[in-house]
Design a binder for this molecule. Structure first.
Ligand code: B12
Ligand code: SF4
Length: 463
């Protein structure tokens, strides 16, 4: 079971120079890592959030030579007003919490701290982010670590850290969740442990940032590293049935790697869920091996039931004729489906809503998630829609706002149908029809929460 691993471009500290520089520090510099909470009142930043693997990875790397404190506003940790106890304030940001990140950055800059920004939004809009921080890290921290860490020690910061060479994932250390678990609010994290087997997705959907940041590359960790990480958590928690949540963009892009991973996981006795693309789910054997390996939920971007919409978003992995087969295969193996659906494309009309409703009800999709298509900065879709986008208020980039007037239906109608679909799919009778006979677990709870969420949706909240 061996897999070829992409060539090592350079190690994270290949010649030991960083270690030597670090040991020459008179004291270890102190880093404050911050996960800001967005201001949206929609579902995307609430409930039980997962431990932030992004910041945990930053902490794991930086913690070897710096002192780390981590704050996650989403679980109720409070960002201090006074940053004088820290040398470096490092903030992660997506678009929907960028405004919050910027205000933290401004405050820390005013207190003469080194302010680092990372995450998808500063990566995509580094010129904009630059005015609120000392340095932006483009993409993953691992690929610029040696240069970044050396500059922090010497105090010679550059505005942007960006590497042409992506690190092979073999160089990725096991994330140390101790940094996240230090918080007294840590019990608010979801129990599922975030884990990463692969990075990147070359499918190239026009609305997605992943192909922009990581190009056509698709990297994966050696299976033994992933399995060792799972065993480590089994031992740490003293039980076999630990539940993992893969944070991969598209874990199934290399079918052989994926099925080998599942075969091996089946022997460990863990439970897991993941984002997965449809590219080979229509083959019954994939769902069979997934079911045997402990998968209880797969998150699938069905995106649309409208063939013109699918074509316009360049989602080659989705073939409408495979949708029902893929669902049937997963259900036969006891795997629930979190199905993602987007609305608001130029080719969408009322029929898109009706066919989505029919598909969900007929196929008893357990956990449908709806969003309004949102052109995120840096994507091809953003560039295409820019002249028509109604606002650039990042707080409203939560996939629950009307971003532009679609061509075939007025914005008001789009929102009306969007709310109606939520209510129809999540009304009591519909939940029963979709969920009857399914295991009594958190998916039921998610449905009940969505029932309450749907009831309070008001058209004006989407503007
Ligand atoms: C897994 C995932 C989820 C999971 C878990 C999210 C979570 N709690 O972390 C779930 C399913 C819950 C989810 C939900 C959503 N997601 Co999501 N998700 C992802 C995905 C596929 C992987 C994220 C991940 O954890 N990767 C693994 C970590 C280790 O990598 P990383 O985050 O890139 O971090 C590295 C670097 O960025 C950098 N870095 C990051 N932060 C920092 C900070 C500093 C200081 C430094 C130096 C470096 C640094 O170093 C890190 C280590 O290498 C990304 C795609 C992607 N590749 O980013 C989309 C993505 C982040 N999601 C996206 C969206 C839109 C959403 C939703 C709004 C969808 C919806 N309608 O509900 C919600 C919003 C949730 C929220 N509150 O943010 C968009 C965000 C676009 C944007 N511009 O903001 C992305 C980019 C996908 C896309 N469409 O392009 N998501
Ligand atoms: S399949 Fe998913 S991860 Fe891949 S480009 Fe499309 S939206 Fe992004």
């Amino acid at each position: 079971m061996s897999h070829e691993v992409p060539a090592l471009h350079h190690n994270l500290d290949s010649d030991g120079s960083l270690a030597r520089l670090a040991s020459s520090q008179t004291r270890r510099k102190k880093w404050l890592l911050i996960q800001p909470k967005s201001v949206t009142n929609m579902t995307v930043d609430s409930g039980r959030v997962s431990m932030p693997l992004n910041l945990v990875m930053v902490a794991t790397l930086a913690g070897r030579i710096f002192d780390i404190t981590m704050i996650d506003e989403r679980i109720g940790d409070v960002v201090p007003e006074d940053f004088s106890g820290f040398d470096v304030v490092a903030v992660t940001s997506r678009t929907l919490n960028a405004t919050k990140a910027y205000s933290i950055g401004d405050r820390a800059l005013a207190q003469n701290r080194i302010v680092l920004f990372g995450g998808v939004h500063p990566t995509m809009l580094h010129d904009e982010a630059a005015s609120h921080c000392t340095s932006v890290v483009y993409g993953e921290i691992e690929s610029v670590w040696q240069e970044l860490a050396s500059d922090v020690i010497r105090g010679t910061m550059k505005g942007l850290y960006r590497s042409g060479n992506l690190q092979p994932m073999t160089a990725m250390q096991r994330p140390d969740f101790g940094y996240a678990l230090q918080s007294r609010n840590a019990k608010r994290y979801a129990a599922r442990i975030p884990i990463l087997a692969t990075k990147g997705c070359p499918v190239g959907c026009s609305f997605c940032t992943t192909p922009v940041v990581y190009g056509k590359s698709y990297r994966y960790r050696e299976l033994d590293l992933v399995l060792d990480e799972m065993r480590y958590h089994q031992e740490r928690l003293g039980k076999r049935e630990v539940t993992f949540s893969f944070m991969d963009d598209n874990i199934s892009f290399r079918p052989h790697y994926f099925t080998d991973l599942l075969d091996a996981m089946g022997k460990l006795g863990v439970r897991w869920n993941a984002n997965i693309s449809m590219n080979f789910l229509h083959k019954p054997e994939v769902a069979e091996v997934a079911g045997r390996s402990g998968c209880d939920l797969m998150s699938i971007g069905f995106e649309s039931l409208n063939p013109d919409v699918l074509k316009s978003m360049n989602k080659g992995s989705n073939r409408l004729q495979n949708y029902e087969t893929a669902v049937g295969n997963l259900h036969r193996n006891g795997i629930a489906i979190q199905g993602y659906f987007m609305f608001g494309f130029d080719d969408d009309d009322e029929k898109s809503f009706q066919s989505t409703y029919d598909f969900i009800m007929k196929n008893r999709i357990e956990f449908p998630v709806f969003s309004l298509v949102t052109p995120f900065p840096g994507t091809p879709f953003f560039e295409e829609m820019k002249p028509r986008i109604r606002h650039f208020d990042w707080d409203r980039y939560d996939t629950f706002h009307l971003m532009y007037e679609p061509k075939k239906m007025a914005g008001g109608k789009l929102i009306e149908n969007f709310i109606k679909l939520h209510r129809e799919v999540y009304k009591g009778g519909a939940i029963l029809k979709r969920m009857q006979g399914k295991p009594l677990n958190w998916v039921w709870m998610a449905n009940l929460a969505m029932n309450r969420f749907a009831a309070r949706l008001k058209p004006e909240a989407f503007l």
